[in-house]
Ligand binder design. Structure first.
Ligand SMILES: CCCCCCCCCCCCCCCC(=O)SCCNC(=O)CCNC(=O)[C@H](O)C(C)(C)COP(=O)(O)OP(=O)(O)OC[C@H]1O[C@@H](n2cnc3c(N)ncnc32)[C@H](O)[C@@H]1OP(=O)(O)O
Length: 214
């Protein structure tokens, strides 16, 4: 078991978070995907006020149906079919969290860190035509933290330095990669970048993660 999995299993047990089974994960993944589509539709719609009110009432009724079976906490993780833990409700990569794009991370073999390929829609727009800088920071923090965890040296983000080299376009395939550069006791230093389709880095990041005492 990797350091990341050990930490997540401990967290999972300590908080008594529920573990949805595969059938529920599949259904809730589909539900979250429909909610993402709904978000897109809301951001882009030009319906008149009466139609907006009518749709809002229907959505309120749907929310009440889900809330009827509300858990106290989101699921922190669940065992996947491959036996690995997944952070299902994470706001970056959680398939069950509609605010997550989601950005699905993969481990690069042979200590290569983690990487992800993703496309951000204009729901994440900051300046016109470009991704909001805070969204880029969110995604990079997740990648940096995952790289630290996969390295077996997980921690809390203590510092996060960002260099916005050029605007990050939305609606096109992006790549993000993160890799540990150095470990010094409880501190893990990680570098990351988001790269556009032209192969040029749009945002570069360096972070330090600290494993809390005890
Ligand atoms: C397929 C892929 C699977 C992947 C598998 C998934 C795995 C899953 C990945 C999840 C990825 C989530 C990625 C998001 C991660 C967050 O979002 S974390 C949330 C944001 N961060 C926080 O809230 C942190 C808040 N701060 C804290 O909790 C505490 O201050 C810290 C950072 C834990 C440090 O506390 P502490 O252990 O009491 O630290 P302390 O003993 O005072 O200091 C230890 C050393 O660190 C230094 N230090 C501590 N803090 C700082 C600082 N802010 N700046 C500079 N130096 C500092 C100290 O100077 C000290 O240095 P030395 O004297 O030893 O040289």
């Amino acid at each position: 078991m990797s350091g990341a999995e050990a930490v997540m299993r401990r967290d999972f047990a300590a908080r008594e978070r529920h573990a949805p089974d595969e059938a529920q994960v599949a259904a809730l993944t589909g539900l979250a995907a429909r909610v993402r589509e709904l978000t897109e539709a809301v951001v882009h719609t030009d319906v008149d006020p009466a139609e907006a009110d009518a749709v809002a009432a229907e959505i309120a009724a749907l929310t009440a149906r889900l809330t009827a079976a509300r858990r106290e906490h989101p699921p922190v993780a669940a065992l996947g079919a491959d036996g690995r833990l997944r952070h299902l409700a994470n706001p970056v990569s959680g398939e069950l969290n509609p605010i997550a794009p989601p950005v699905l991370l993969e481990i690069v073999p042979d200590g290569g860190g983690v990487r992800a390929e993703f496309t951000l829609s204009d729901v994440y727009e900051g300046p016109p035509s470009f991704v909001h800088g805070g969204v880029s920071a969110l995604i990079l923090d997740q990648l940096l933290g995952a790289a630290a965890a996969v390295n077996g040296t997980p921690g809390m983000t203590a510092t996060l330095e960002l260099r916005y080299r050029r605007p990050t376009p939305h609606g096109v395939p992006l790549t993000a990669e993160a890799k540990v550069s150095r470990v010094d006791g409880r501190k893990t230093y990680v570098d990351a970048a988001i790269t556009g389709p032209d192969g040029k880095a749009t945002v570069q990041a360096t972070a330090m993660f600290v494993m809390p005492q005890g």
